[in-house]
Design a protein around this ligand. Structure first.
Ligand code: ADP
Ligand code: MG
Length: 453
């Protein structure tokens, strides 16, 4: 069997991307490898037995579908443990998974720290810019001199801005210098779940010693402690024990420590006792540099104008920036077209704007109804006065833009209309936006109201 070409692989990835949950896709498919293994067979290397079982369960069927739909054949897929660390973050709730293998250290026998990491999240792969310079510099400094300068290092910033990347880069760097360091990386959710489990099973002692023996404790998304008094208390003691023992702690949060809901004063003052670094949304130039880095990492040639276009329309979230590039490359491979500006525009024009957390169709409908002094039921009905139908069309447009719901599904939220009606409404509003200033003002005001910006 021939190795897959880069194009075939893009096709397979695009196929998987449309069929898997975004989180699953991001976590498990980005560094998926398919190695030819004899006649009509591919080997899928994995880092350890846990990943093998997990991946097989998750991906066998979608991968088989991908092959049969794209290439009209179904090869044998062999999921196998590899010697090298091939894989990425553990799925949510499983930081206690067997660790990925480490680079071999002949003497003494390798200590395997209990942390599962993404091999791509290194300092080398991190693009520095004004928006993240402080966090980056502090992260490097901590990795070079743990527990001397900034303790804890508290990195905060919005979703998809590189916090997890930096945290894991610190782990990589520390382990590279000192392979036997006990580096413990986990999400705060794992800490909370582990704590609850330990209470139920009466294994608190073991739970505590696990954390308190770490040389470096890295807890991602610490804002998850919001409103969880018991876990806060437990973490407070862990923190103190480690601090007293001179161990390094590194925390990330999507909010500044002071904004985490109902965080106790004592914990707040601990979080603030080290160094707080904020990561902001990158400016255009940094976004462009990041895209260039991602394209290079995939060894694909992409013109500057295409990258510039992507960087200009995806402004806040780097994960989405990457996603937009993936989409363009995937589409080009599927459509057998060159990756040029026109194609990028076609593909991304349909991209819904990023979804503000927890925005639902119902909330948008309420906001639009309130704004136009209608009832929500008017938006579902077939009533046709000009003002009602315009409010309905604007609502459909906004729902599509902010939730990215499929046209079919959207129809079901508007009194069971079909997808062509949805499409018609969206196009109508798009047209109005270009030539009617008062509609434009309405849509802008509504957008601000809906997104809270
Ligand atoms: P967060 O934890 O803040 O939500 P992540 O660390 O998961 O964000 O980053 C999302 C994606 O963006 C990852 O693929 C990461 O590699 C990438 N990324 C973020 N910041 C940078 C950067 N400065 N340089 C390169 N890649 C970045
Ligand atoms: Mg993260």
């Amino acid at each position: 069997m021939m190795p897959l070409t880069a194009q075939d692989k893009e096709k397979i990835l695009s196929y998987l991307e449309t069929r898997l949950e975004p989180k699953v896709y991001d976590t498990w498919c980005r560094s998926l490898e398919l190695e030819p293994a004899g006649d009509n067979a591919y080997r899928v290397p994995t880092a350890n037995p846990f990943y093998r079982d997990w991946l097989e369960k998750l991906l066998r069927k979608p991968l088989e579908d991908a092959f049969s739909n794209l290439f009209g054949r179904t090869p044998d897929l062999v999921f196998q443990v590899n010697a090298s660390p091939a894989f990425v973050e553990a799925p949510a709730g499983r930081s206690a998974a067997p660790a990925a293998a480490l680079p071999a250290t002949p003497e003494p026998p390798p200590v395997i720290p209990d942390f599962v990491y993404n091999p791509n999240y290194t300092f080398d792969n991190f693009i520095e810019g004004p928006s993240n310079r402080m966090g980056f510099a502090a992260a490097v400094a901590v990795s070079e001199n743990p527990a001397t300068l900034y303790n804890p290092l508290f990195i905060h910033g919005g979703v998809g801005l590189g916090k997890t990347h930096l945290l894991q880069a610190i782990c990589h760097a520390i382990l590279q210098r000192n392979p036997s360091a006990k580096v413990l990386y986990l999400s705060c959710e794992d800490f909370v779940n582990g704590y609850i489990y330990a209470i139920q099973k009466k294994t608190l002692e073991a739970f505590r010693s696990r954390y308190r023996n770490a040389d470096v404790l890295v807890v991602d998304d610490i804002h998850f402690l919001a409103d969880k008094e018991g876990s806060q208390e437990e973490f407070f003691h862990t923190f103190n024990a480690l601090h007293m023992a001179g161990r390094q702690m590194i925390l990330s949060s999507d909010q500044p420590a002071g904004d985490i809901r109902s965080l106790t004063q004592q914990l707040l003052s601990r979080f603030r006792s080290g160094f707080e670094a904020r990561i902001m949304s990158p400016a255009y130039e940094t976004r462009l540099a990041i895209l260039r880095g991602k394209a290079d990492a995939r060894r694909v040639e992409v013109n500057q104008d295409v990258l510039g276009y992507i960087a200009s329309i995806v402004e806040t979230n780097i994960r989405e920036l990457e996603g937009a590039l993936t989409k363009v490359l995937g589409y080009a491979a599927l459509a057998k077209r060159p990756v040029d500006l026109q194609l990028a525009q076609e593909v991304l024009r349909e991209t819904p704007a990023p979804l503000p957390a927890s925005l639902s169709i119902a909330e948008i409908q309420q906001a639009v109804a309130r704004y136009f002094h209608k009832k929500v039921s008017d938006l579902h009905s077939r009533r046709w006065t000009k003002s009602t139908s315009q409010a309905r069309q604007i609502c459909i447009y906004l729902c599509r833009k902010f939730t990215g719901t499929s046209l079919e599904e959207l129809g079901s939220h508007f009194g069971g209309k079909d997808h062509t009606t949805m499409l018609y409404s969206i196009r109508k509003v798009e047209k109005l936006l270009t030539k009617n200033a008062s509609i434009r003002a309405d849509v802008e005001r509504l957008t601000r109201e809906i997104t809270g910006k």
